[in-house]
Design a protein around this ligand. Structure first.
Ligand SMILES: Cc1ncc(C[n+]2csc(CCOP(=O)(O)OP(=O)(O)O)c2C)c(N)n1
Length: 569
């Protein structure tokens, strides 16, 4: 049996979704968060099974606690942690470089440069993991994760090791007595891995023009090959522990050495520490995603002589209009933000589709930190003496990920904030994955439906209300009661994500031109189906999901569904 676990997060989500196609002979699960996902995989590994676990870069922060000590304990069945970084922050709240975790935890890291390597390195990672009894990081980045290429599949080899946990406390229990021994063994293992990395098939020197040598890894390799087709290249697929022998051999064979890596100058600093002179960060940007054109400009600006640089700015990325993200038509989050807009409160938000409540015209979200922080930060602000009432808002998947402990803190430490769970019955932002509240597993099997209300009650919250966010009056009144209370409240704003429902919520709305006074109250809900055309409010029937929120907020009763009315789209 092999185990695959994870928690969704762009650009890692598709890995587990694709793995679940093999769900018949491989156990797959969306775990409630990344820490749990890694712990489940660790349990599987110690029982002798092979395991992979997937997450985005910030997810690795959540899983960092088990990762650090799993490096001490080591693995039995191969264990590969697939982590996907997001240089350029296409869909993330920060741009951290996960390669630091390999060094931090003292474990190997593999960096595929294309789809074929992404597959091959899983196998290599499992082999390294089993040979050296270590978890292995497999780091992808957005450009590798979100590209496709021809992949040659090998023959499927099932693990021969029987599953069965072998009791060995001195091996698996890092109490100080045994943990100190593991600490020493960890360094010994690093020495062995350092020797192995130089001869690994994942690392190779491509000799070309020896006037310039480039050390590179991951997707940056592709940019180097495109921009400097003639240069000599040391391509590192297994980039930590550092391949010192290979680096020395390569450096000795070229006149000038540069390092091209995305984000932090990790390789560059290490190569310098070896006493080898090289350059990189002086001209290769360390912020944002690299691209062939960015690299070409960087190289052009570095001075010195490079073998011919090819520079082409792809036309399709030039002159694109900015399109700020908006809540979809019919999104239930719109209703709760509309209601929140009636009150002078501070709103500590969180990460999910409901983060979009920060944009005008809703403008009803004031902070974002990390998953779960929407709840705990509300408590902190309130305890610090913030004079306004503080409202924390999180999504349902976020609540199960890391919101429950924050809620427990509020109840335990006598908080007074109002917590809203925007429950759209799915993990919408990352593409509608199931979670413990949806009643389905990753394979679509029926399972328990964890109830947010029950968690609130179990945490000790006495005031719990469920509102329908498409009913503005009811929602505003419940919020008012909660905000006037001196006790903590949990409000569950429940409305199914219409995109996940894959159908309209009701009949398309039309505008009675004679009743509309163009007061623009309806525009304040920020629905993309409401447009201003030639100074007149118009319903775009293609977009309208029939949620009727516009009809309910219109003071003139100008929206209707009467057949025959023109919807002017
Ligand atoms: C630690 C961490 N893991 C994963 C993610 C990726 N991610 C962003 S929002 C989100 C969950 C969104 O689901 P939910 O809270 O239900 O809100 P919705 O998008 O459905 O409104 C996830 C998994 C992240 N940002 N941080």
């Amino acid at each position: 049996m092999t185990v695959a676990t994870g928690y969704p997060g762009t650009p890692s989500t598709e890995i587990l979704e694709a793995a679940s196609a093999y769900g018949k002979d491989m156990y797959c699960e969306w775990s409630p968060n990344e820490k749990v996902a890694l712990e489940v995989a660790a349990g599987a590994s110690l029982a002798g099974a092979r395991a992979i676990v997937t997450m985005k870069h910030v997810g690795l922060n959540v899983a960092a606690d088990p990762l650090m000590t799993l490096a001490y304990i080591g693995t039995v069945g191969g264990l590969v942690v697939c982590v996907a970084d997001d240089p350029g922050m296409h869909s993330s709240q920060n741009e951290q470089d996960s390669r630091h975790y390999a060094r931090f935890a003292k474990i190997p890291i593999l960096e595929p440069s294309d789809s074929q390597e992404a597959k091959d390195f899983v196998i290599l990672g499992l082999e390294i993991s089993e040979a050296y009894s270590t978890p292995v990081l497999l780091r992808s980045t957005t450009r590798v994760s979100h590209s496709s290429g021809i992949v040659v599949l090998g023959e499927r080899r099932l693990p021969s090791r029987p599953v069965g946990f072998e009791k060995k406390p001195e091996r698996f229990v890092p109490i100080p007595l045994w943990g100190r021994k593991m600490r020493v063994a960890l360094e010994k293992r690093m020495d062995e891995l350092s020797s192995a990395v130089n001869g690994s098939k994942a690392n190779r020197i491509e000799w070309g023009d020896r006037s310039l040598g480039v050390v590179t890894a991951g997707i940056a390799y592709q940019y180097v090959r495109e921009v400097l087709p003639e240069a000599s290249v040391l391509k590192l697929g297994w980039s930590y522990p550092f391949a010192d022998g290979l680096v020395r051999e390569f450096a000795a064979g070229v006149k000038e050495l540069i390092v091209v890596e995305e984000l932090d100058p990790i390789l560059e600093e290490h190569i310098r520490a070896l006493g080898i002179s090289c350059e990189g960060r002086r001209f290769v940007p360390g912020i944002g995603e690299l691209s062939p054109s960015r690299l070409a400009s960087a190289l052009a600006g570095r001075g010195g002589s490079a073998p011919s640089i090819r520079e082409e700015e792809p036309a399709e990325t030039r002159d694109l209009p900015n399109r700020p993200p908006v809540l979809c038509p019919g999104c239930p989050h719109r209703g709760i933000y509309h209601a929140l807009g009636k009150f002078d409160v501070v709103v500590t938000g969180d990460i999910g589709c409901y983060s979009l409540g920060v944009f005008p015209p809703l403008s009803r979200l004031d902070t974002i930190l990390c998953m779960g922080a929407g709840i705990s930060m509300a408590h902190g602000m309130q305890k610090a003496g913030e004079p306004r009432k503080v409202v924390g808002i999180v999504g349902d998947s976020t609540f199960f990920h890391s919101g429950i402990t924050g809620l427990l803190d509020i109840a335990y430490n006598k908080g007074a904030s109002v917590i809203i769970v925007a429950d759209n019955r799915t993990t919408a932002m990352t593409g509608h994955q199931n979670h413990p509240g949806t009643g389905k597993t990753i394979l679509g099997q029926d399972t328990i439906q964890a109830k947010i209300e029950d968690f609130g009650k179990a945490c000790g919250i006495k005031n719990i209300a469920v509102v329908n966010p498409y009913e503005p009056k009811e929602t505003v009144e419940t919020l008012r009661t909660a905000l006037e209370s001196e006790e903590p409240w949990l409000i569950i704003s429940r409305g199914v994500c219409p995109l996940n429902l894959r159908s309209r919520l009701g009949a398309v709305r039309v505008l009675k031109r004679d009743l509309c006074t163009e007061c623009k109250t309806c525009l304040k809900i920020g629905c993309p189906a409401l447009e201003m055309i030639d100074g007149k409010i118009t319903v775009n029937a293609m977009f309208c999901s029939g949620c009727a929120l516009c009809e309910k907020v219109c003071p003139k009763g100008a929206f209707t569904t009467v057949a025959g009315e023109c919807h002017e789209s």
